[in-house]
Design a binder for this molecule. Structure first.
Ligand SMILES: [Zn+2]
Length: 133
């Protein structure tokens, strides 16, 4: 996959303040505040920064945590990850493999078949409903 790189200033011009804060500065939206935590519309969730497909609604489930949660990405190569030791915890941060947008974190307490919970900020996503575009 070709990497997409832009300066922080370029991203700032393209994104809303909240999306810039979450995607480019590694912020977290408040639980139950995002657009997609309770969405069940079938479709594919794309990176709001570079439009790469990241998650399918078929892998979305209600984890009750207030953020959209998925048990797997749309393809193994869609995401990259790295250790995050902020806030006195060790978590695994997940990013868009194409543009390095901060998406959220992955935890080992998800449902079968993967046992993973990708806990993702709505602000990092754009849902493309099936049958459109
Ligand atoms: Zn991206």
């Amino acid at each position: 996959m070709d990497k997409l790189e832009k300066s922080l200033d370029a991203w700032r011009e393209l994104l809303s303040e909240e999306r810039f804060r979450v995607c480019r500065l590694g912020g977290t939206e408040r639980a139950f505040s995002g657009e997609y935590y309770a969405t069940s519309v079938p479709g594919v969730y794309h990176c709001v920064c570079c439009d790469a497909p990241l998650f399918d609604s078929d892998a979305k489930y209600d984890a009750g945590c207030g953020w959209p949660s998925y048990f797997q990405p749309v393809t193994a190569g869609a995401l990259s990850s790295r250790d995050d030791y902020s806030h006195g915890m060790h978590r695994i941060e997940v990013l868009c493999a194409r543009c390095d947008a901060h998406l959220g974190h992955v935890f080992p307490d998800g449902p079968p078949p993967t046992g993973l919970r990708y806990c993702i900020n709505s602000a990092s996503l754009r849902l493309q409903p099936r049958g459109e575009g």
